[in-house]
Ligand binder design. Structure first.
Ligand code: PEP
Ligand code: MG
Length: 608
């Protein structure tokens, strides 16, 4: 377990999730069901209490209408539609009748509402139909919202934060209904108790360019709304109620970081080539179609991973073929002339749509990614048709997530053929010969690499999941963050094996997990023989600088030394020593590494 987490200097330490420094007021969002005490009312008070219930339901509807319209403005109509489900719950005749019945038994409105909602949530959670089980999240939101009104508690919806506030949103976790409320003109940074660097909230924050610190565990009970706070998304630190000196120091650092970023801009046009002449292909990860144009100017040679599930996460309905086609086409056109690797839906784990998805005991071992797509052929073929059509506009390559066996590839190929036949039937133009590749992100895929090479055109190593499944460390569990160690020699061994088998069989092998974006780890990957990296947009120049500043030979020696160690800490020390020899103690090498409790960022990383 981690050592003391709030230090004498007042810092709260979490995981760096999205870089950048923000100094602003806290917007604390405690989205939890409040405690309700039992209150008996006299017979004569019953009619007024029923009235009070209806008043609260009306206020909640009015509130949701406002939240929805604000969310529509900055997140889009489809995304904001998730609030419709909650509005319909507020009008549910059966629900209202049950609450009224309890009030008529002399139970106060808030307790009656609390009892019925608790019972409904339990029943929904146990329901045989996944569609019904998934309504639990909406019921919980309604439960909190109406109780807050009945109890006269303050309303914290982030949509109310005025534009220009520069607020730091501090909350337990970012649910889909909260995500769509994020107005970037009002909220400048995010801090969550839950999550890790590879969890959905972190990936989304990076995509949105919002500085974020996650895995803070208890920040929501350590900060107060309205207090000033410093959030440092590069080292994963919060400083509540900072002193003038701290504000000055961080403002200075923010300026230096901005300067560093500006300095790196000159690398946009240069080639990622090592000192000894090894050419690395550097692509970028795109999570939202809206990012495409900016990402295309980062100096990346195409997209190594487009995560399509962000078209679905937080929405109540699946995007149809046309909407998907437009989204993929937008990315393909932004990267004209370069490959765009589009990954089919990796829904599940911590990336969930609203509704229609089963609640699972172990979502990361559950009905996720290619498993779900093969079981839902119509949903999958809709995506495949959109991809085939988008390929008319550029070099689209299709990538399958979470593959553990070659029959999944065969199943997907079969559905791809059906999708093509359906387009033929409609007389719609599409491209036939799309390369089909797989993500190597399970130990099974690594071990089966020799069989997979016969069926696919490329490998892309998803280190976020590969680390999770190899070390049996939940990537989203903040309590395990120091055990999530990509430089563990077991992980490096699996990466090397994948690279060797892929290259021996003439396949391109890329790495698109977060490892590729972190300078020290990118150095390790080059040393393991990886020649293609796909990194977060902001990391393109940073990783280019690493590649241009080292020789592949030195990287290989460092990686071999790391492979020969027994622990992540030793492996990291071997790599770090050699990289620092090449670069000196450059601040930028620390990017993405968490600040340890003793304040020594670089030394502190590694885990057991
Ligand atoms: C990975 O697992 O490394 C990866 C790139 O996919 P995701 O983070 O979306 O699971
Ligand atoms: Mg993955």
């Amino acid at each position: 377990m981690s050592p003391e987490r709030e230090r004498a200097d007042g810092k709260i330490i979490g995981m760096p999730a999205s870089p950048g420094i923000v100094v602003g007021p806290v917007h604390l969002l405690l989205w939890e069901v409040p405690e309700v005490s039992h209150r008996i009312i006299p017979d004569e008070a019953v009619p007024a209490e029923v009235e009070r219930l209806h008043g609260a339901l009306q206020s909640a509807k009015a509130r949701l209408a406002r939240v929805k319209s604000r969310a529509e403005g900055h997140a889009g109509a489809e995304e904001a539609a998730i609030f419709d489900v909650q509005v319909s719950i507020l009008s549910d005749g059966e629900l209202i009748k049950s609450i009224e019945a309890l009030i008529r038994q002399n139970i106060a409105a808030e307790k009656a509402f609390d009892l019925v909602l608790t019972e409904w949530r339990q029943n929904f959670a146990r329901h045989a139909q996944p569609m019904i089980r998934e309504r639990v999240g909406d019921l919980t939101d309604v439960h909190i919202r109406v109780l807050s009104i009945l109890l006269g508690l303050p309303d914290h919806d982030p949509v109310d934060v005025p534009k220009g506030s520069n607020a730091v949103l501090v909350t337990h976790d970012l649910t889909p209904s909260l995500t769509v409320q994020l107005d970037r003109d009002a909220i400048s940074a995010i801090a969550t108790d839950a999550g890790t660097r590879t969890s959905h909230v972190a990936i989304l924050a990076r995509s949105l360019g919002l500085p974020a610190v996650v895995g803070l565990r208890d920040a929501t009970i350590r900060v107060k709304s309205g207090d000033d706070i410093i959030l440092d998304g590069s080292s994963g630190v919060l400083i509540p109620r900072p002193t003038q000196e701290q504000i000055a120091a961080y403002t200075d650092r923010a300026a230096r970081e901005a300067n560093d970023t500006a300095e790196l801009q000159h690398l946009i046009g240069v080639e990622p080539i090592t000192l000894d002449g090894v050419r690395i292909t550097l692509r970028t990860n795109v999570d939202l179609p809206e990012e495409a144009e900016a990402a295309a100017h980062s100096g990346a040679e195409g997209v190594g991973l487009m995560r399509t599930e962000f078209l679905v996460v937080g929405r109540a309905t699946m995007p149809d073929e046309e909407e998907q086609y437009r989204a993929y086409k937008r990315v393909v056109e932004a990267f004209a002339g370069y490959p765009v690797v589009i990954r089919t839906f990796d829904i599940g784990g911590d990336k969930l749509p609203v509704g229609g998805y089963p609640t699972e005991a172990n979502p990361f071992l559950g009905w996720r990614a290619i498993r779900m797509c093969l079981d839902e052929p119509e949903l999958f073929k809709t995506q495949l048709r959109a991809l085939l059509r988008a390929a008319m506009h550029g070099d689209v390559r299709i990538m399958l997530p979470l593959v553990v066996s070659v029959d999944e590839v065969r199943g997907a190929r079969h559905l791809l053929e059906e999708a093509a036949a359906e387009l033929d039937g409609r007389g719609v133009d599409y491209r036939h010969d799309l390369p089909l590749g797989v993500m190597v992100e399970t130990p099974a895929a690594v071990i089966s690499a020799e069989t997979l090479v016969n069926e696919v055109a490329f490998f892309s190593i998803g280190t976020n999941d590969l680390v999770q499944y190899t070390l049996a460390v939940d990537r989203g569990n903040a309590n395990l963050a120091t055990r999530f160690t990509p430089l563990h020699p077991a992980v490096l061994t699996l990466i090397k094996r994948t690279v060797d088998v892929g290259h021996m069989n003439g396949l391109e092998v890329s790495v698109c997990g977060e490892m590729a974006s972190q300078p020290l780890m990118a150095f390790a990957l080059v040393g393991l023989g990886v020649r293609q990296l796909s990194v977060a947009g902001r990391s393109v120049p940073l990783v280019k600088r690493i590649v241009r500043g080292v020789s592949a030979q030195v990287a290989m020696e460092a990686a071999n030394a790391a492979l020969a160690t027994g622990t992540a800490r030793e492996s990291e020390a071997e790599l770090r020593r050699r990289l620092l020899d090449a670069f000196g103690d450059a601040q930028f090498l620390r990017d993405g590494l968490p600040e340890s409790v003793d304040g020594n960022t670089f030394e502190g990383f590694g885990g057991p």
